[in-house]
Design a protein. Structure first.
Length: 385
C-alpha cells in the first residue's frame, strides 16, 4: 500500500467527518408496502424511488427466467424478455425504437459519449444528474452550463459552429428538487437552432402524463428525440433505456460503449419491468394516489407552519440549509419511525442540505400526517435547543 495514497485517503475521510459529510450505506430490508427495517427498527420509507409501490408487488416477484443475462446484448445477452420489453416501451412512449442499458447511469454515459465528440457542444442545466455530467465529460464536447431551468440562459449559451453538433441536455424532473424542466420551450429552442434535445426522464416515467408515459405523453419524438428512462425507479426493477428515432437507436446500438461492453441487464429485471409497465398502465390509481398525497403533504406542512415545497411531483424536498441540520432532522425522523435521508453537498449545492421526501403509491395519508407531525416536532426542538 502506498503511504502517500494512505495519507490522501485518511485526509479525505477526516475532512468528510469534520464537515458532517461522511456517508455510509445502511442495510435496508423491505418488510411490507412502504415499510423498511433499518437498524433493527421498522420505518415508513419516505426516500425510495419506487413511486408506484411496485418493487414489492408479488406480480413482479413471480416473474421468473434466467437470473443473469450471461453476456452483453450484442453477444448473447439479448433475451426474448429484453426484446419484448423494448417493444412494449416503444409502444408506451410513442417512439420508433428502444435500446436497453444495464443502468441509467451507463445509459447516459454511453449515449452522450456516442453522440458527441470534441468540438461539439453540450448545453446543460446547472442541476443535471451526475450521469449526464459524466457523459458529457467523457465525450470531450465543450460543456456550457445554464442557470437552472433558464431557457434564455440556454439560448445565450448555444453556439452554432459549422460541422459541430449542439445538444441541449436536461433532466425532466430534477431529482433533488422535484421541479419539471421547461421542455416545451427547450424543444422550440432546439428546433430553431438545429440542436438535439436530450432528456432524462428517470423521475417522470410512470408518474407523470397520461398513461404514466412521463414526459413522452406530452412531447413526441420530434420534440424530444433522445429520451432516457430507468427501470429501477417507478417500475421497481433494474436497468434503463433510451427511446428515439430508429436510425439514432441503430447508431447507439453500435456505438454506445456501455451497452456494447457491459453485461445486459438481467432477464429477470426485464421480465419484472414488463409486468410493472403493464400494471402501471392498467392501474392509474397509483399515479392518482401520489397526486392526492402531494396535496395532503402540502396542506399538512402549511397547517404546521412549515415551508411548503413548490414541487408537484413525487419528490418533495424540505431545504434546511446546513448539513448538520439536515442530518439531525433525518435522525429525529428515524427515531420516530420515518425514513427520510438527508441530502448533502456535493449532491445538492452548498448551503442547501435538505430532507428529500419521496411519496409513493404505497403510502397512506395517515403516514404522511405522521411524518409532518414528527418533522414539526423535530424542527421546533432544534429551534429551542
Ligand atoms: C437514478 C438516475 C439515473 C441513474 O439510473 P440508474 O438506473 O439508477 O443507474 C440517471 N438519471 C437520473 C436523472 C436519475 O435520477
Amino acid at each position: 500500500m502506498s503511504g502517500r495514497l494512505n495519507h490522501r485517503v485518511r485526509e479525505a475521510l477526516t475532512a468528510l467527518h469534520q464537515r458532517d459529510r461522511h456517508r455510509r450505506r445502511r442495510v435496508i430490508e423491505p418488510v411490507g408496502p412502504g415499510l423498511s427495517r433499518v437498524d433493527g427498527q421498522v420505518c415508513v420509507n419516505f426516500c425510495s424511488n419506487d413511486y408506484l409501490g411496485l418493487a414489492q408487488d408479488p406480480r413482479l416477484q413471480a416473474t421468473c427466467g434466467a437470473a443473469g443475462s450471461g453476456a452483453s446484448a450484442l453477444v448473447t445477452g439479448y433475451s426474448p424478455a429484453h426484446a419484448e420489453l423494448e417493444a412494449a416501451l416503444a409502444n408506451w412512449l410513442g417512439r420508433d425504437r428502444v435500446l436497453l442499458f444495464p443502468s441509467g447511469f451507463s445509459a447516459n454515459v454511453g449515449c452522450l459519449d456516442a453522440l458527441l465528440r470534441r468540438g461539439d457542444q453540450a448545453v446543460c442545466d446547472a442541476l443535471n444528474h451526475a450521469s449526464l455530467i459524466d457523459g458529457v465529460r467523457l465525450s470531450g464536447a465543450t460543456k456550457a452550463i445554464y442557470p437552472h431551468a433558464d431557457v434564455q440562459g440556454a439560448e445565450a449559451q448555444l453556439k452554432t459552429a459549422p460541422e459541430a453538433v449542439s445538444a441541449l441536455v436536461t433532466d425532466s424532473v430534477f431529482s433533488m428538487d422535484g421541479d419539471v424542466a421547461p421542455l416545451e420551450a427547450l424543444a422550440t429552442l432546439a428546433r430553431s437552432r438545429d440542436a438535439l434535445l436530450y432528456v432524462d426522464d428517470a423521475h417522470g416515467l410512470g408518474v407523470l402524463g397520461d398513461d404514466g408515459a412521463g414526459v413522452a405523453a406530452q412531447h413526441g419524438q420530434d420534440s424530444i428525440p433522445m429520451l432516457i428512462g430507468t427501470l429501477g425507479k417507478s417500475l421497481g426493477a433494474a436497468g434503463a433505456f433510451v427511446a428515439g428515432p430508429a436510425e439514432l437507436i441503430d447508431y447507439l446500438e453500435n456505438r454506445a460503449r456501455t451497452q456494447i461492453y457491459s453485461t445486459a441487464c438481467p432477464p429477470v429485471a426485464a421480465q419484472a419491468a414488463l409486468s410493472a409497465l403493464h400494471i402501471a398502465r392498467v392501474e392509474p390509481w397509483r399515479r392518482e394516489r401520489i397526486r392526492e398525497l402531494i396535496t395532503h403533504l402540502h396542506q399538512s406542512l402549511a397547517a404546521a407552519g412549515l415551508p411548503v415545497p413548490q414541487s408537484q411531483t413525487a419528490i418533495q424536498p424540505i431545504v434546511l440549509g446546513t448539513d448538520a441540520s439536515a442530518l439531525r432532522a433525518s435522525q429525529d425522523l428515524q427515531a420516530r419511525g420515518y425514513l427520510v435521508t438527508a441530502i448533502r453537498p456535493p449532491t445538492v449545492p452548498e448551503g442547501s442540505a435538505r430532507l428529500r421526501i419521496t411519496l409513493t403509491a404505497a403510502h397512506s395519508k395517515s403516514q404522511v400526517s405522521g411524518l409532518v407531525e414528527a418533522l414539526a416536532d423535530s424542527l421546533l426542538e432544534s429551534r429551542v435547543a
